[in-house]
Write a new protein. Sequence first.
Length: 147
Amino acid sequence: MINIEIIDRFAARIGPNTILNAAQQTLLHQKVSIDVDLSILVEDGEKLKELNQQFLNIDSATDVLSFPANEIDPETGRNYLGDIIISFPHAEKQAQDAGQSSDREVQLLVVHGILHLLGYDHANNSEKKEMWAIQNDILACLAGNNF
């Protein structure tokens, strides 16, 4: 189950289906059973700055954070991949800078966050090249399906 929470302030500006479609397409692309659990929260920049400081000791806001869990939920027996938190203000600004819609930017951040939950990283050039290629492929699939 993909649990999506959008704080009230942004609920009218981004729909859960945009997020759900990006998450499902990413799992499908990566051949991960849709029978997994993860949570995606759309928040403000201050919340991400606070989490970035608390967990990564970085005193600045960011666009997306991923917290991998990869554990079995004892109640359901399902694999819990982890949590993704997206800063909607960052997404809007990045969308504007890139000349694209906020929906498209949020899709990118969902894909990026899930890839981190699945173990991908971009700490060096070869990892970044691989991760960006996968992201671009998934985003092209989403664009082709008009999500």
